[in-house]
Design a binder for this molecule. Structure first.
Ligand SMILES: [Zn+2]
Length: 343
């Protein structure tokens, strides 16, 4: 299957897959210095294989490596950056949430001397699946939220601009290596007041990147917490000016609020709509998913509608992630049959 031979209503991962339970034992071994480089590579490769198998068995059309080589969505990316000094954790006990993650002071302008690891991730993934692969990368605004201006920056915005340069170089390289679909992921809180900055940063990230271009915007998933008012309306019409071909947005956990917005904001991009609620432990039935898709189809032309979970699956257990992916695929099949007149 190729990107230009997808079925109607393609189903896609957002990026991360549920982390296999045994990987947590691996993390402990690594933290204790008990794993060598070869051991770690073997474990990560096996984790990617597991994620791909889960996605393919569920029947997803567009897969990823499940972000298995990354930790904590953005956290492992700071290991790739030079010029940063880690601060002590602001909160160390209790509920897992955004205020329990490391922040950094910029001692120098941020660089990534050896890149961000996407090329290495993709080089392995493309040998392990024949499905179209999406390559996600955290966005500059989201990555910048953990970096304080320090001595190196006068304006916060310049941290983001330096990150745009790093991401752009990485995306160009991964596309040169054969990637056909890349996606920048941003969490809403950081730019809720300035959509034009989001668009400016996104366009810098994808400048000259010759691939299908995605932008995922979510409201945050860590520990089940969101981080802002759950509406995309303030981002429009500015978002129509971003260079993305495909916007991946959350709908299911908002009870499909704004499902009709696509027509109102006159967006002619593809929409990857989240129709699986990751803030709920309940497993959707295929019929429930089909209902959500039918609602979206009132505003989005079928040929522009892709379907996915609201966000990546890294924050939910694997058995649940697998069941939810299966419901996504079965729900899409119901509506495809209706649209083809076979239902
Ligand atoms: Zn997300």
């Amino acid at each position: 299957m190729a990107l230009d031979h997808l079925p109607l209503l393609p189903t896609a991962t957002i990026g991360s897959h549920s982390i296999p339970s045994w990987m947590y034992a691996v993390y402990d071994k690594m933290a204790g210095g008990e794993f060598g480089e070869v051991d770690a590579k073997e474990a990560y490769d096996d984790a990617v294989d597991t994620a791909l198998k889960d996605m393919e068995e569920a029947g997803l059309d567009i897969v990823s490596d499940g972000e298995m080589r990354r930790v904590g969505y953005i956290l492992s990316f700071y290991d790739h950056f030079a010029g940063l000094r880690k601060r002590d954790l602001p909160r160390k006990v209790g509920v897992l949430a955004y205020d329990g993650q490391h922040h950094f002071d910029a001692m120098e302008r941020v660089t990534a001397p050896n890149g961000l690891g996407l090329r290495e991730e993709f080089a392995y993934t493309k040998t392990r699946t024949t499905h179209p692969i999406k390559v996600p990368v955290p966005g500059p605004l989201t990555l910048a939220t953990h970096i304080e201006k320090g001595a190196a920056y006068g304006r916060r915005r310049d941290i983001s601009y330096d990150l745009c340069k790093i991401i752009n170089e990485e995306l160009r390289a991964v596309v040169e290596a054969g990637a056909e679909y890349v996606q920048v992921d941003e969490v809403f809180q950081v730019f809720s007041m300035r959509p034009e900055i989001l668009v400016d940063c996104y366009n810098r990230c994808v400048d000259g990147v010759k691939a299908k271009l995605g932008l995922h915007i979510c409201f945050g998933t860590l520990g089940g917490f969101g981080y802002s008012a759950r509406t995309y309306r303030p981002l429009f019409p500015a978002l129509n000016d971003c260079a993305a071909h495909n916007l991946a947005l959350e709908f299911a956990n908002r009870e499909m609020s704004e499902a009709g917005m696509w027509a109102e904001v006159k967006c002619d991009k593809e929409l990857t709509a989240g129709v699986i609620d990751l803030k709920s432990f309940a497993i959707e039935t295929p019929e429930q998913v089909a209902d959500r898709i039918r609602l979206l189809l009132k505003a989005v032309p079928a040929e522009k509608l892709f379907l996915s979970p609201d966000c990546g699956l890294a924050r939910i257990p694997r058995y649940l992630g697998k069941a939810k992916l299966k419901a996504l695929v079965e729900g899409a099949k119901i509506v495809r049959r209706e649209l083809s007149g076979a239902a």
